[in-house]
Design a protein around this ligand. Structure first.
Ligand code: DGL
Length: 276
């Protein structure tokens, strides 16, 4: 069942991701909009989305949307780059509340920040093969040269906690060499996990390349969206953050603390799979 009445401004913001990586986006939202309550859904039973077919990701995204609507959210943030790249129009059509993905804010920020219009984009295979960032960047800056590179090894390296490891540095050097050879001046971190690699990536690309973190630009876009829709929480009432996962992720606490920067109080395991 989904809601139909206009949501209250005190209602929470729903955020979903394929797993726990979206906690980096939630963190940016909570830092920027501390008055807002949040409901986070991490589809930990079915992570990763990165290598999966577009049709599968669309089904998962619709199921996550229905779960958040049933939780009474006033807006939905698709924190997962892969789900945004593959399923944003389907989520928008389903939701009936404002929806924000991470691709438009990140792509726009890159188009604006780039000096020469030479922009690198790194993400999962799903995000890169969708070419969604390419389309958004060109819509804001038609003359931009966009160079995209899938970096599938980064997600497991971050989940392993190897954010400052020699192995990760060598991996980053190898993935980024073709982009650096093409003279990029801006690099979009188009995956939930990559903000945790920011210090290492900054050293690999050097001072002349600006790093664009979609988490921060998404939080800023969400603030503007809530204002324009008159949905900012001015009630003085704030609901505590709620967290749901579809499978009790191994090492949940450790990973959540690393990605979110705070303890997770209210955590529940739920099923969102409509096929049984
Ligand atoms: N959340 C995904 C993204 O931002 C990364 C993890 C996955 O492949 O599901 O693309």
């Amino acid at each position: 069942m989904t809601q139909s009445a206009a949501p209250q401004t005190s209602a929470p913001i729903g955020v979903f991701d394929s797993g726990l990586g979206g906690l980096t986006v939630l963190r940016a939202i909570r830092e920027r909009l501390p008055a807002e309550g949040t409901v986070y859904l991490g589809d930990t039973a079915r992570v990763p989305y990165g290598p999966k077919a577009a049709e599968t990701i669309r089904r998962y995204a619709i199921e996550a949307t229905d779960f958040l609507l049933d939780s009474g959210v006033k807006a939905i943030v698709v924190a997962c780059n892969t789900a945004t790249a593959r399923a944003l129009p389907e989520v928008e059509a389903r939701a009936g509340v404002p929806v924000l993905g991470v691709v438009e804010p990140g792509g726009r920020a890159a188009a604006t920040a780039s000096r020469e219009g030479r922009i690198g984009v790194i993400g999962t295979r799903g995000t890169i093969s969708s070419r969604a960032y390419n389309a958004v960047i060109h819509s804001h800056r038609p003359d931009a040269v966009v160079l995209e590179q899938a970096c599938p090894l980064f997600v497991p390296l971050v989940e392993e906690g190897w954010t400052e490891d020699e192995v990760t540095r060598l991996t980053a050097e190898r993935y980024l060499a073709p982009l650096l050879e093409q003279g990029i001046d801006t690099l979009v971190l188009a995956c939930t996990h990559y903000p945790l690699l920011k210090p290492l990536l900054a050293r690999v690309v050097g001072d002349d390349v600006a790093l664009i973190d979609s988490a921060e630009s998404t939080a800023a876009s969400l603030e503007r969206l809530l204002l324009s829709e008159s949905l900012s929480n001015t009630s003085g009432l704030s609901t505590p953050a709620r967290y749901y996962v579809t499978d009790e992720a191994a090492r949940f606490d450790l990973l959540a603390r690393r990605l979110l920067g705070e303890e997770v109080d209210h955590l529940e395991v739920v099923s969102v799979d409509s096929t049984g």
